[in-house]
Ligand binder design. Structure first.
Ligand SMILES: [Zn+2]
Length: 358
C-alpha cells in the first residue's frame, strides 16, 4: 500500500479561545487518512488496542468508540457506524479515513463537535486524569478535634503531621498538584474546605482524622465515604465530626446553613462519585490495616458535612482512636505517621493509575 505524506491537515478549533490543534493527513491509496494517535492531543482521548480481539478503542469526551480492526465499522453506544474506508494498521500505528472526522465524529457528538469547511469546531475537552488532590487535615485552631487519652495530644496536630508527610510522598512520586486545606494550626470551616477543592477543580478529596470513644478500649481504623449513616456506630462518628459546626461555626444557625437546599443539591454531585469513593475507601482500608496491623473496623458510610458538596471522589479516614492509650502512643510517633502516609499514598497511586487509564 502506498503512503504519501502530503503535509495536508485539518484544524481543530475550540469554542473558547484555546489555541487550535492540527491533525495531519496523509494519502493511503487514493484516500485521505490520519494517524489515530493525533486525536490524543486534539481531544485528550485515550487509545488502546487489543490484537487478539481485533479491537481498537478510543475513549474521548467520557465515551468509548470501539473499532473492529480492518473493517470500516465502529460501535458507539451499541450502534454501528460505517466510515466507508477500512481502518489500516501499519508499524504499530492505526489510520482512519478523514471521512470519519468530517462525517462520523459530528454525528457521534452533535453537542460537542461540528465540521465546517476544513475545520473542526470542538468543545474544549476535559483532562480526565487525576491531576489535583486535596488533602484535608481535620479540625485546627480553636477546634482541637479529639483529645487524647493522656489529654496531652490533639487530633488537629496529628492529622496535620500525617497530611504533610502524605503531601511530600505524593509530590515526590506522582505528577500531581497537592493542596492542603490548612498547613498550620488554624481554624477552617467545613464548607471552606470543600469550596477550596471545587474551586481548584480537584479530582480527589482525602480528609484525615483521628477517632475518639467514651469507652477507652475501642480502637482500630475505619474509612468512610459519604452517604446517609447506616449504623448507629457510624452515626456516632458522624455526629462527632459534624459537631464542629455547632461548637465552632455558630451554633444552630450554622447547622441550618449546612442543611439548606444548596447542600442538598451538592449531595447529588457527590452521588455521582459514590462508586469511585467506595472503591478508594475499600483499598485504603485494606492497605492501612495490612500496613499498621490495626483492628479492622471496615469501610463505612456516613453523612459528613466535610464530604458533602465535594464535586469529586471523597473519603474520610479515621486513622485510630486517640482515646485509646495504645493507639495514642502509636499515633504521636513520627515513624508510625510515616507508615500511615505511605499506606495512604499507595492507595492514591493505585486509584490514580486505574482512573487515568479509563
Ligand atoms: Zn475529626
Amino acid at each position: 500500500m502506498l503512503f504519501i505524506e502530503l503535509f495536508a491537515s485539518i484544524k481543530v478549533k475550540y469554542e473558547n479561545n484555546l489555541a487550535p490543534e492540527i491533525i495531519k493527513t496523509i494519502k493511503i491509496g487514493n484516500i485521505d487518512y490520519f494517524n489515530v494517535y493525533e486525536l490524543n492531543k486534539s481531544f485528550l482521548s485515550k487509545i488502546s488496542d487489543d490484537i487478539i480481539d481485533q479491537r481498537l478503542k478510543i475513549f474521548m469526551y467520557n465515551d468509548e468508540l470501539i473499532f473492529l480492526l480492518e473493517s470500516s465499522y465502529l460501535n458507539f453506544h451499541s450502534k454501528l457506524y460505517n466510515f466507508n474506508y477500512p481502518i489500516i494498521s501499519q508499524d504499530g500505528k492505526y489510520y482512519l479515513p478523514v471521512y470519519f472526522l468530517k462525517k462520523i465524529l459530528p454525528k457521534l457528538y452533535p453537542q460537542k463537535i461540528k465540521f465546517n469547511g476544513n475545520d473542526i469546531i470542538a468543545k474544549t475537552p476535559v483532562n480526565n486524569s487525576i491531576h489535583t488532590i486535596v488533602i484535608d487535615p481535620g479540625h485546627g485552631g480553636k477546634d482541637p478535634g479529639a483529645i487524647s487519652y493522656s489529654k496531652n495530644n490533639f487530633e488537629k496536630t496529628i492529622a496535620l503531621e500525617i497530611a504533610k508527610k502524605l503531601k511530600k510522598k505524593l509530590l515526590n512520586n506522582l505528577d500531581v498538584k497537592i493542596i492542603l486545606t490548612r498547613d498550620k494550626d488554624e481554624f477552617v470551616s467545613l464548607q471552606q474546605r470543600t469550596q477550596l477543592a471545587n474551586r481548584e477543580n480537584a479530582n480527589l478529596f482525602i480528609s484525615i482524622h483521628c477517632n475518639a470513644h467514651r469507652k477507652k478500649i475501642v480502637n482500630g481504623i475505619e474509612v468512610f465515604y459519604l452517604s446517609t449513616a447506616k449504623t448507629s456506630e457510624a452515626r456516632a462518628v458522624e455526629s462527632l465530626e459534624n459537631s464542629v459546626v455547632y461548637n465552632f461555626e455558630g451554633g444552630q444557625e450554622a447547622v441550618k446553613k449546612y442543611d439548606d437546599l444548596a447542600f442538598i443539591l451538592a449531595d447529588m454531585a457527590q452521588n455521582e462519585h459514590l462508586e469511585e469513593s467506595y472503591q478508594l475507601a475499600l483499598n485504603l482500608q485494606s492497605n492501612l490495616v495490612n500496613t499498621l496491623k490495626c483492628y479492622n473496623r471496615g469501610v463505612k458510610q456516613a453523612n459528613f458535612y466535610v464530604l458533602r458538596g465535594a464535586f469529586m471522589p471523597a473519603v474520610l479516614i479515621e486513622i485510630g482512636f486517640l482515646s485509646n492509650k495504645e493507639e495514642e502512643k502509636k499515633l504521636i510517633n513520627a515513624k508510625y505517621q510515616d507508615k500511615i502516609a505511605e499506606a495512604i499514598f499507595e492507595s492514591i497511586k493505585h486509584f490514580k493509575y486505574k482512573y487515568d487509564q479509563m
